[in-house]
Structure formats: C-alpha cells, structure tokens
Ligand binder design. Structure first.
Ligand SMILES: Nc1ncnc2c1ncn2[C@@H]1O[C@H](COP(=O)(O)OP(=O)(O)OP(=O)(O)O)[C@@H](O)[C@H]1O
Length: 200
C-alpha cells in the first residue's frame, strides 16, 4: 500500500499551525486527517496543561512527581508519533500539528517516521507578532510562544518555509498543496536525521 503523506507543521504556539491545518482539511483535492498533540492530550486529561506543567514536588510516598509526569509524557508522545506512522502506513494523509520543544522526543519522532514521506514545513513568525497574537487570544498563557522559540526554530531544515506574518493561512495551504502536486523530493527530515544534536 502507498504510504500516506505526512505534512509536519513545525512552529511555536500561535505561529499559525492550526489555521493552516484547517485550510488543508477544507480543500477537496487531497484528503487529510488532522493529528494535533493538543487534541491528543485533551482527550486523555481534562486539565492537561496543568498536568504537563507539573513542577517538582514529592508524592505521599516520597516519589518525585515531576519525573513520573515526564515518563508519562514521553510515552504519550511516542504513542502520538506511532499513531502518525500507523496512519501513514494505512495510506492516510496526515497533518501533524505539534510543538517540537524537546530534542529527545523529536529524535523519537525521527526514528519512527524516517522511512515515511514527511513534508517538513517551517511555520514561522516574528517574536513581536507572536506576542501580539498571544495578547489577542485568551486561551494561551502569555510568554508561551517566546519560551518555545529558540528550541522550536533550531530545526531550520525545511522542505518549505512559510512566514505566516506575510502569508494568510489559505496561501500557506496552497503552497503546501503545490509542493505535493510537484512530486518534489521530501528531503528535510532525512537531513535532520543526520544532524548532530545535544539533548535539550
Ligand atoms: N497567517 C496568519 N495571518 C494572521 N493571523 C494568523 C495567521 N495564522 C494564524 N493567525 C492567528 O494567530 C492565532 C493563533 O493561530 P493558530 O491557532 O493557528 O496557531 P497555532 O500555531 O496552532 O497555535 P497553538 O500551537 O497554540 O495551538 C489565531 O488567532 C489566528 O487567527
């Protein structure tokens, strides 16, 4: 079976990933399934942001709670990317909407998806615009995007880079669709696999 295309949107919070995903889902030429890490965690934990942000504390029996939480998150992130892989293997095209802010977890993702057609898309935006968007939104903690910025954008090898400050979501989606139609090579992910990284 032909593997489904994985459109992997890499950008901080508020960079415009969900808006682009929506446009990709709303066109009729290619069908896509949207896999968002936010939705994935939301279905498991009602207050998952609090859960993810659990700071170091001790449980009643003296266990380090933060360490336990990180172990669970690592496993869930692994499950998330395994789901992406499974769908691609079933021939389903997937839009992946997640924030890569941890090198070890991204390496897990690379390991799982390296033999799949991953179109790696940089969804970029200036810090000033991210701060402006965050102020307008009421559903994101102020400073979140900036706290992720340097880590997320150290992955600077893309098949396509889209600046959402100058391009509207539908224009970004059209550029992605043009790339898919052109049958160009998806090479960024393979190059990232060969980079030398330190664990963040
Ligand atoms: N290309 C764009 N031009 C102008 N505004 C945009 C653009 N893309 C997104 N926005 C605005 O930025 C805000 C965040 O967009 P969006 O939810 O798509 O970001 P996100 O990267 O998915 O964020 P998160 O990871 O926090 O869910 C929204 O208010 C949206 O309207």
């Amino acid at each position: 079976m032909k593997q489904g295309i994985i459109v992997f949107l890499n950008g901080t919070s508020s960079s415009g990933k969900t808006s682009i995903s929506r446009e990709l889902l709303n066109q009729n030429e290619f069908s896509f399934h949207h896999l968002s890490i936010d939705d994935f965690f939301h279905e498991l934990f009602h207050d998952y942001i609090d859960f993810i942000n659990t700071k170091c504390s001790k449980s009643a029996d003296g266990e380090d709670v933060e360490v336990s939480v990180q172990i669970i998150i690592d496993s869930l992130v692994n499950l998330f990317y395994s789901t992406v892989k499974f769908m691609s293997e079933k021939g389903i095209n997937v839009v992946v909407d997640t924030v890569n802010d941890n090198d070890e977890r991204f390496n897990t993702c690379l390991g799982l998806l390296i033999d799949h057609p991953v179109l790696f898309v940089g969804v970029t935006c200036s810090k000033e615009e991210l701060i402006r968007r965050e102020e307008l939104r009421e559903d994101r903690e102020s400073g979140l995007a900036i706290s992720q910025y340097d880590i997320v954008y150290c992955l600077n090898e893309y098949d396509i880079e889209l600046n959402t400050e100058t391009l509207r979501p539908n224009e970004c989606a059209n550029l992605i669709l043009n790339f898919i139609r052109s049958n160009g090579e998806y090479s960024a992910f393979k190059k990232l696999k060969n980079r030398s990284v330190g664990v963040l």
